[in-house]
Design a protein. Structure first.
Length: 201
């Protein structure tokens, strides 16, 4: 086997490990994620897994970062497709984020990340970095429709909108409303956020 083939095989194994770790984390939560279970799911030995991730902590941190990168990557790619006026772009972005709140992978992942961040420093740093990235992506759309506000007010308004959207994730995760009920909620949530943006001073 050539070195190039070995490197390629190693990259595939690492990806498989992270994918299985994410699947277990989303399906069963942090307490369900063990090194042995991930190794079994990948059909590799525990020692082979530890070659890539020596400890559970390094595996969890890598999985969290990869999942956030994938989530933000999809979000940022969506933002590059917008071609409406400033208000239309803002509405489309809000609808995207509200609709994504009921994605089972999104809601389960963030519910678990919030919980883990309370007791794990690495998870807390990843969560904080995620909020910074999310706010950086969202704030230009708010600034475009509220050009009268100072940068500091835009920063605060962005945090308020993000916090409101997080609340929808919690609601969907706990209540699992029907499609019809969620559609009504989504319309009401969009109207509420638009009013929040318009009323900001």
């Amino acid at each position: 086997m050539t070195r190039g083939t070995q490197v390629h095989s190693g990259e595939l194994t690492r990806e498989a490990i992270l994918n299985e770790a994410r699947r277990i984390f989303i399906a069963g939560g942090d307490t369900a994620l063990s090194m042995r279970q991930v190794a079994q799911a990948c059909e590799i030995s525990l020692g082979h897994l530890q070659h890539f991730f020596p400890t559970r902590g390094t595996l969890v941190a890598a999985m969290l970062r990869r999942t956030v990168d994938d989530y933000m990557g999809a979000y940022l790619r969506f933002l590059t497709t917008l071609e409406f006026d400033a208000r239309g772009r803002m509405t489309t972005v809000l609808r995207y984020l509200i609709e994504d709140s009921r994605n089972p992978d999104t809601s389960s992942f963030f519910i678990e990340l919030w919980s883990l961040a309370r007791r794990d420093a690495a998870a807390r740093e990843i969560l904080q970095a995620t909020y910074r990235r999310n706010c950086t992506a969202l704030s230009p759309f708010l600034a475009a429709v509220r050009s009268d506000l100072t940068p500091e007010r835009i920063r605060v308004l962005t945090l308020q909108v993000v916090a409101f959207l997080d609340g929808i994730i919690v609601y969907w995760y706990s209540e699992r409303p029907s499609d019809a009920d969620f559609a009504a909620l989504a319309d009401a949530a969009l109207s509420t956020v638009q009013q929040m943006i318009a009323a900001a001073t």
